[in-house]
Design a protein around this ligand. Sequence first.
Ligand code: FES
Length: 110
Amino acid sequence: MPKVTFIERNGAKRECEAPVGLSLLEVAHRNKIDLEGACEGSLACSTCHVVVEPDWYDLLPDATEDEEDMLDLAFGLTRTSRLGCQIIITKELDGLTVRLPAGTRNMQKA
Ligand code: FES
């Protein structure tokens, strides 16, 4: 079974089994990774934002326009940001590594 690695906000790496066909968000939830996913994958939030390691980013299918639009609202957007609910696990993604973004959007101004 493919495995994916989440790098948590404190830098800890968590390797998780990732069944083909599940979304990265579902894999995160099964493994109690702190990735919110408020809209459960319906592209109506950006709380499932992950930062894909650059080596892996190019291997992912391109984001749809709808995903790009939601990503624009994500806090801490980077060049390799994606929405976790839109990444579907395939055999080719065995070893995929993503980082949880440093912060999530909240109402407090820094
Ligand atoms: S869970 Fe809301 S866009 Fe991914």
